[in-house]
Design a protein around this ligand. Structure first.
Ligand code: SF4
Length: 457
């Protein structure tokens, strides 16, 4: 039974004494354990949890909240798979199935540049009928249009963030480069070519919840967690930043979510160690969690939430002098994006989906557990803008973008045109008590004059 108590000597009183030791760790910037995570999920003091998350959020990003001006492109909704939680995918010939031509994509890129977007966010289904060359041409075409526009207008060039880990593995297969026994090398070949064509970073989709039971129940056929992690590891080694998602609230349970966060945290330890961040003694891990072997995550424990620790940015000079200049300044996870599951239209429609309080709590716990992730994003399309405002007060520091056109799962189901204006985002962020800061994809500040924009040097 939970014991409620008051502890008036503490600056942030909580009614649940189990939070005292967790608060001590949070204030010192120490890493929380899985058991701490379970306590944060179980405590009735939801406000205490949100307050702790806010303490971390405000330490990392005092006074500000981020947004971006972006355009989403879902190039095709035709998919070889049929994940149970997905209402986006169609089979060839189904009503509503589509695939954009390269000409249509070029037109979208041109429009994005002219409207001042700093980013194109590109994802689609696992399209079995498109050749590998389509994807390389897509990236190269957009890159060319963006660079020409930047040269002519004086804006910085638009960034291409494209292809989830699931798509990257699919691309390696359709390029006939995928070899199971040298998986990372197959992925490296594909990502290297896409990077040379103009790819700037990877989104975080397709992670769902890292657990074999959850995988086999809800999205069997999709890559397992180890492959998802391999794609991100290779991307980081190539100097590409990535994000990570967690689609929760379907057949998963709270402990499985915490294991998901723990695995991501270890993966980020490796990425930051590669970039030169110092941590504790390298730790050896044994056993498995959710079907994932932990031995692959031997790395120092690196926390960014301690007072005074600098965050990774795209600017190498922000790193300590001890970091070799030959190392890329990029190649890590930027943001965790917790995504609540919406049952409408999916094969799991009979499930309730997570409650509002569960969404706040999960967002706050993600901030507290993922102590080496610079950013927590409340993705307004799936959380709604009003919920995202409150999440800015419980761990999140980013609400994503103006987002023109979004087909993947979002609140409400039917409509696909999701867009807010910059002034709506400014209003939402200011009401939440923060100064809005426009960022580019890799979190550099943007100076804007209408559709013309430059990243701050
Ligand atoms: S979630 Fe992705 S891989 Fe699964 S069916 Fe939908 S589009 Fe396809």
């Amino acid at each position: 039974m939970t014991t409620l108590d008051a502890r008036p000597s503490r600056p942030l009183p909580t009614s649940d004494r189990r939070l005292y030791s967790i608060r001590d760790k949070v204030e010192a910037g120490e890493r929380l354990s899985l058991e701490d995570g379970m306590t944060l999920y179980e405590t009735p003091d939801i406000w205490g949890v949100m307050e702790l998350a806010q303490l971390v959020r405000d330490r990392l990003h005092p006074g500000v909240a981020y947004y971006n001006v972006n355009r989403h492109l879902n190039y095709s909704n035709i998919c070889a798979l049929s994940c149970k939680f997905c209402e986006f995918h169609r089979k060839k010939g189904d009503e509503g199935a589509y695939t954009y031509s390269l000409n249509e994509i070029a037109a979208e890129a041109k429009k994005s540049c002219e409207n001042g977007a700093t980013e194109m966010h590109i994802v689609g289904g696992l399209q079995p009928y498109l050749p590998w060359e389509y994807y390389v041409d897509m990236v190269r075409t957009i890159r060319g249009i963006a660079d020409d526009h930047a040269a002519a207008s004086g804006s910085s060039p638009l960034h291409i963030k494209a292809f989830t880990a699931v798509e990257v593995v699919h691309l390696a297969k359709i390029a006939k480069r995928y070899k199971r026994d040298s998986r990372r090398e197959s992925i490296r070949g594909v990502l290297t070519e896409l990077k040379e064509a103009g790819l700037g970073s990877l989104p975080g989709g397709g992670a769902e919840v890292f657990d074999d039971r959850v995988h086999d129940t809800a999205f069997k056929g999709k890559i397992r967690s180890d492959e998802w992690l391999d794609v991100h590891l290779v991307a980081h080694e190539l100097g590409l930043n990535t994000n990570a998602t967690m689609l929760y609230g379907h057949v998963d349970n709270r402990r499985e979510r915490l294991v998901h966060m723990e695995i991501l945290r270890r993966s980020q330890d490796q990425a930051l160690a590669r970039l030169g961040w110092e941590g504790t003694e390298a730790r050896r891990h044994e056993g498995t969690e959710g079907g994932i072997s932990l031995a692959q995550f031997d790395a120092p424990e690196i926390t960014l939430t301690r007072p005074g620790v600098s965050l990774p940015t795209a600017n190498p000079s922000s790193l300590r002098a001890s970091v070799p200049s030959s190392l890329p300044a990029q190649g890590h996870y930027q943001a965790i994006i917790p995504l609540p599951f919406f049952p409408d239209g999916s094969d799991l429609e009979h499930l309730a989906g997570p409650s509002g309080i569960e969404n706040y709590r999960t967002q706050a716990i993600a901030r507290l557990m993922l102590d080496n992730f610079p950013h927590v994003k409340a993705f307004w399309i799936m959380q709604t803008l009003p919920m995202s405002q409150l999440m800015l007060q419980s761990g999140a520091d980013d609400i994503d973008g103006t987002v023109v056109w979004y087909d993947i799962t979002h609140v409400g189901g039917a409509s696909t045109h999701q867009e807010v204006t910059v002034s709506s985002l400014h209003k939402a962020i200011r009401e939440a008590g923060y100064e809005p800061v426009e960022r580019d994809t890799v979190y550099r500040r943007v100076q804007r004059d209408g559709a013309k924009w430059r990243v701050e040097s």
